[in-house]
Design a binder for this molecule. Sequence first.
Ligand SMILES: NC(=O)c1ccc[n+]([C@@H]2O[C@H](COP(=O)([O-])OP(=O)(O)OC[C@H]3O[C@@H](n4cnc5c(N)ncnc54)[C@H](OP(=O)(O)O)[C@@H]3O)[C@@H](O)[C@H]2O)c1
Length: 380
Amino acid sequence: MNVALLGYGVVGKGVANLIEKHPEYGVHLTRILVHRKEQAVSVNMTDDINEILNDSSIEAVMECIGGDEPAHTYCLNAIQKGKHVITANKKMLSVHYDELARCAYENHVSLRFSASCGGGIPWIRNLEEIAKKETIYSVEGIMNGTSNYILDKIFRKGRTFEEALREAQELGYAEKDPSDDIDGIDTRAKTVLSANIAFQKAFDPNDVLALGIRYFSNEEYKYCINNRRVCVLKGIIQNHGEKVSLAVLPFFEEMHSLFASVHENYNCFLLNSETRKQLAFIGEGAGRYPTASNMIDDLLSLLRNEEFRYLPSGKGSNAEEALSYRFYIRSKDNKAFESLIEKEVGEDTYITRAASLKKLREALERNNDKEIFIAGISHD
Ligand SMILES: NC(=O)c1ccc[n+]([C@@H]2O[C@H](COP(=O)([O-])OP(=O)(O)OC[C@H]3O[C@@H](n4cnc5c(N)ncnc54)[C@H](OP(=O)(O)O)[C@@H]3O)[C@@H](O)[C@H]2O)c1
């Protein structure tokens, strides 16, 4: 099979190396799209996307550019030209899923994105398989390696948030601007893509509350330690029958729980389904070769003529009223939460009664504290 690679960075180079190292795959890397002309240092490199789109011998493109545009348009155009698309780009795909999945369906090609959630963990592929056969009840996951690395270093090594973030940046886990990771945006994209596969819908990331760990402070650390808990950032999907709820927020987990044992930059997806009950998928959630391997697996599945064409049955609606927790809230502006508060546990720090995400969101809209920190309390 002739394939083209779009983007030759961390993941793109990993994909190219794996293809070169394994001629037995039967894959020929015909073209590599680079960003600028001067980066085209070998004969198969180009900075002109049309050389790839107009080459009818190329059957699949592997998108490793990242970001929204031009990645979105390149993927759309490739599909319209009858090429399979494999992408690692959760940010772009979670926003344009409906359009790209429909277009792939109509053009009889596959849209594959295993590497977009969980790096090297074969999560999406297994979720696809299971969702075809049985009802998915829930998914919970530590889906962002950077925030897990930071929280793990705080709890196990006594680092401050700033020290742990700096370490994550030095190790290449966190970008210079870590906002998407620590504000829950990256986790939200992965939660949405997982829900799309689980329920054959197209959920809108903008409908999903995403609370992050940016303002995690020593107050939270002390509360967790005193209550034998640790903090993790999780994406949540709950199926209530007619309704599905999605959310992203930090959780205070009991110290002996599965999620509390997920260290360093690892990810963990916990699936609850009709016949399999609980399944956990744990592994490195990022990195050149884990991520590239997941893309290669997608490619090899195409060579086996396995089709991945999903027609979303419609827009997903997020039932925030159906999911409730007790929350830990630290805010200087607590007025908005007054009706939810059960007790005060420290200065400007409260535990709420069980409240729905809808009620929490409504209160948040009335709150003016930019540095508020909120966590759900697991199994409480
Ligand atoms: N890194 C990971 O561990 C990981 C894990 C899972 C998923 N992903 C996803 O994989 C994708 C790629 O990530 P990455 O870490 O490989 O990023 P990266 O190292 O920044 O690589 C992106 C590459 O694309 C190039 N590029 C940018 N705009 C381009 C354009 N218009 N045409 C052609 N090339 C262009 C960049 O070139 P310049 O640098 O010259 O601009 C760079 O070489 C992202 O969607 C990311 O979310 C990454």
